[in-house]
Design a binder for this molecule. Structure first.
Ligand SMILES: [Zn+2]
Ligand SMILES: [Zn+2]
Length: 261
């Protein structure tokens, strides 16, 4: 097994965590920054009718979200450290090279996303139990009107519950290193789209054979506005099966995606 980090060298471990912290935080800033510039600055007028919430954000909201996200990035970096440790010990199923087909790689990614969805849906419902909510999930819901900067805005306890996902997934699913990197970027982009508060999917997408299973900004904005319903992360299937999808979703989606006169 390739030696990436000497875990007996404290300074090397510290530098590794700091570097990873910076990378994870910059990934968040870059993705949230691009989406903010595109939908709130450059094409603001074009997407104004697709803005979901009619309420206003407080002037300090973005800064609070960025501060919590900085803390989340550190916890994700520590999870990355754990992942490297597991990898070097040979416990993970992460591989490099062409040992499996492209189809296998795509299949492993799809399975990882489905398992993540299932973990998150039930974790999310648990986090909405009043006693848990106060300590774990409230920070995220302080953003009643979301924005790309809300994507990583979690209390450290919630960050920790989310940070264990990737190391757990690679313990059970054989995954190519590049597929893993893709998954990490996909997670950030998806979280940013869902918190955009601007519906970017096309008209009738909520009835499309594929679109109806995907979560977007309208779906998740309704969760932040109402606190109940729409608990999913990437897909709507758990919400549909468990009858927790908002009955307003289709109406709001159609309203926001109707072409402006
Ligand atoms: Zn929630
Ligand atoms: Zn959210």
């Amino acid at each position: 097994m390739m030696q990436l980090l000497d875990f007996f060298d404290g300074l090397a471990v510290l530098l590794f965590v700091i570097s990873l912290w910076v990378i994870v935080f910059l990934r968040y800033v870059l993705v949230a920054g691009i989406f903010s510039l595109v939908f709130y600055v450059f094409f603001k007028k074009r997407y104004l009718h697709r803005k979901i919430s009619t309420r206003l954000r407080s002037s300090s909201q973005h800064w609070k979200e960025i501060a919590w996200s900085c803390c989340t990035s550190l916890i994700f970096a520590l999870s990355g450290l754990g992942l490297v440790w597991l990898w070097q010990k040979g416990y993970t199923k992460v591989y490099i090279g062409n040992t499996h087909s492209i189809l296998f790689t795509v299949g492993s990614l799809f399975l990882a996303v489905l398992l993540h969805e299932t973990y998150y849906y039930w974790l999310h419902r648990w986090m909405h139990r009043p006693k848990v909510y106060r300590w774990v999930h409230k920070v995220h819901h302080d953003s009643i009107v979301t924005s790309p900067w809300t994507a990583f805005s979690f209390h450290p306890l919630e960050s920790l519950l989310q940070a264990v996902v990737v190391p757990l997934l690679v313990l059970i699913i054989p995954m190519h290193l590049y597929a893993l990197v893709f998954l990490l970027i996909f997670m950030t982009v998806s979280a940013t789209i869902n918190h955009l508060d601007v519906e970017i999917y096309p008209q009738h997408f909520e009835q499309h054979w594929l679109g109806k299973w995907l979560i977007g900004a309208t779906h998740h904005s309704l969760h932040h506005a109402k606190f109940i319903e729409n608990y999913g992360l990437y897909f709507t299937f758990w919400d549909k099966w468990m009858n927790t999808e908002s009955s307003d979703f289709e109406r709001v989606f159609q309203e926001k995606t109707r072409p402006k006169d």
